[in-house]
Every structure is written in C-alpha cells, then in structure tokens.
Design a protein around this ligand. Structure first.
Ligand code: NAD
Length: 341
C-alpha cells in the first residue's frame, strides 16, 4: 500500500484525493488545506484528515471547526509520495520541502516544466516516468492534446499538429476571474505555450497552437488539424480512438449533443460525481479526413481530465505497476468509459 498525501485542496486536489480513496493499492494519509471553508468541512465529514501548511493556518482551521491532524511537516513524515495541487507556481516553492523530507513529488501543469524530472502523460511516456523522484502531470489542455496525438501515433503515426484552443475563462466555483463579456486572444503573439507544453512530453513533434479565452466555465474546446504519417480511413481513425477508455466519442447525430453545455448536462444526468468527464470528448461527426489530413473538434473537462493521469503518475513514480496495468486499474476504479447516454 503506497501512502499518499495531497497538498492543496482546490479543483484538482479534492478530485485527486477522492480518486486515491478509490484505489486498492494506495492510502490517502491526508490533505493540506489553508482555510476553514465548505470544502474543508465536507472533507472532515467524509473522514479525510486535514493538515495545515503552517501553525497560523492550523489555528484558523481549528477556530473554524476543522480538526487539524498536524502541519505539512507531519504529513510529509508519513507519506511515500506527495501530490502537489497548489496554485500554479506555489508548487515550486514547496519543492525543497518535499526533497528535504525524502518524499517523491507529483506536480501539476501550472508549474514550469523544470520543476520535475519529467513531464507526464499516461498514454505517451509512462515508462520514462518509472522510478523518477518527481513528475509534472501536464495541464488539462496539454493532457487532452496528448491523449489524441499519442493514441493516433500508436495506431497510424502523426507528422504534425495545428490546433486552436477555445479556453474556458474560469472553473465553475471561481468568482473573481473573467472575462465576462469578451473573447480574449491569449496570447496575441503566436504560438501559444500549449504546443510547447506538448513538446515537454513529445520533444520532436511539429506542433503549433493558438488560444482564445471565452466567458464560460464548463469545458475547453479544441479544433485540431492533424497531418497523419500516411493516408488513413475513417474506420481506422475511429478504431484507434475507441481503443482507449480515456477517449469518449460523442455521436452528435444520435445524442443531439453539439455543445459543452449539453455534454455536462449528460454527465449530470448520468450521475457522474461532480458532473466530471475525465475522458477526452471527441465529436465523432466532426472527424474529417482528406488523405493524410485529419480535422476534428474535441472538448476537455478541465476540472477532471488530469485526475486519471495523477493516479497513474503515483504508480509510475513508485514503480508499482506496468503502464497497461495502471491504466486498467485507474480506468476501472474511476469509471472511465461508463456511458453518458
Ligand atoms: P485551486 O486554486 O482550485 O486550488 C489550489 C488550492 O491550494 C486551494 O485550495 C488553495 O487554498 C490552496 N493553496 C494555496 N496556497 C497554498 C499553500 N501555500 N499551501 C497549501 N495549499 C495552498 O487550483 P487548481 O485549479 O486546483 O490548480 C492546481 C494546479 O493544477 C495548478 O498547477 C493548475 O495549473 C493545475 N491544473 C488546474 C486545472 C483546472 O482547470 N483547474 C486543470 C489542470 C491542471
């Protein structure tokens, strides 16, 4: 049983903690929370032990009715691996603490790539991550792009990728982020960093990305234009995409789903926890092939897509299972591929 701690209990941290609780080869020792709020109180009700980043936060948590099991130093003394889910850039500040404690660390995509020994994507480079001291699970957009690229690479081969990302402005619970009434070209100077982030996992890939930010909180949407290594048929592409539970094909003709709003509603109707869609959602009817050129729309549920990769990252960094075994265990335990309609 590998003992795991989670530092940071926001959008990603709370989902990672729940996912660890579902694994039969991992134990969630506790989570680090800064403030006593509804999330902390809910975690306490569910029996999750709360640790504080420092003594001052511990006092505030206790005063707010949240029992504290200790500070992050106490947590680090009891775990084999820590998953850092603090806001982008904060993880790098914690890195020396993790190293000092001799604990392996898994960071998130908001950190610079050099925070860890390797950037990680289960379908692309699981084997290279085995036994490392630190990993960085790439961001939600990068995870979505890599799932598509590595799945097609394995079956057919991918020569180059051009992608336009329509990004959500904020997560649903965030009250202070925008834009409220604008489409922000972000960044104006091309390319956007997302393609560069893909290259932290696939260094040789010819990829260029551009991104805009729109006033929505539900999901990102990508228009991907991909040059395959050779001409392929629609059947071959569909077969490749159906070979993994990490990709969901959305049949708009049959389901009527033509938007992120309807996709999230389908997840709600299906009773998915927090309406999460950790699968990459590829719109089947958008798949267009001209010889070796492939065009499609895909949607990324930013709050949950990196959760399976975090669980695989624990198995890879601790050398607990082969890639196939880890992916199978993760997918089964988290219910990936269970139908939404
Ligand atoms: P978040 O703001 O929702 O959660 C971060 C949590 O860390 C909050 O609970 C915050 O109170 C806590 N925190 C802040 N400072 C801390 C400190 N010093 N010590 C301990 N905890 C502290 O952020 P998030 O969206 O969960 O993002 C976490 C990481 O995951 C970032 O690197 C982000 O880029 C990445 N990521 C986010 C998304 C997404 O869409 N939200 C998707 C993929 C990856």
């Amino acid at each position: 049983m590998v003992r795991v701690g989670v530092n940071g209990y926001g959008t990603i941290g709370k989902r990672v903690a729940d996912a660890i609780l579902k694994q039969d080869d991992m134990e969630l020792v506790g989570v680090v929370k800064t403030r006593p709020d509804y999330s902390a109180l809910q975690a306490v009700r569910r029996g999750i032990r709360i640790y504080a980043p420092d003594a001052e936060s511990a006092r505030k948590l206790e005063a707010g009715g949240v029992p504290v099991a200790g500070t992050i130093h106490d947590l680090l003394g009891q775990v084999d691996v820590i998953i850092d889910a603090t806001p982008g850039g904060v993880g790098a500040k914690y890195k020396p603490l993790y190293e000092e404690a001799g604990v392996k660390a898994i960071f998130q995509g908001g950190e610079e790539a050099d925070v860890a020994e390797a950037s990680f994507s289960s379908l692309c480079n699981y084997e290279q991550a085995v036994g490392k001291r630190s990993l960085r699970v790439v961001s939600c957009n990068t995870t979505g792009l890599l799932r598509l690229i590595c799945t097609l690479n394995k079956a057919i081969g991918v020569k180059s990728v051009r992608a336009t990302l329509v990004r959500r402005a904020a997560d649903p619970r965030e009250t202070k982020r925008g834009p409220v009434n604008s489409i922000n070209i972000s960044p104006v100077k091309l390319p956007s960093h997302h393609g560069e982030d893909v290259k932290t996992v696939l260094p040789g890939l010819d990829i260029v990305t551009a991104a805009v930010v729109v006033p929505t909180t539900l999901m990102h949407v990508h228009l991907v234009n991909l040059r395959l290594a050779r001409p392929a048929s629609l059947d071959e592409v569909l077969e490749a995409l159906q070979s993994t539970r990490r990709i969901m094909l959305v049949d708009s003709g049959r389901t009527g789903i033509k938007s992120t709003a309807e996709l999230i509603e389908a997840a709600r109707d299906a009773g998915r926890p927090r309406n999460d869609i950790p699968e990459l959602a590829v719109f089947k009817d958008s798949i267009t092939i001209n010889g070796d050129e492939l065009i499609l729309f895909q949607a990324v549920h930013q709050e949950s897509i990196v959760i399976p990769e975090n669980i695989d990252a624990v198995r890879a960094i601790m050398n607990m299972a082969s890639r196939e075994e880890s992916i199978r265990k993760t997918d089964e335990s988290l219910g990936l591929g269970t139908p939404l309609w």
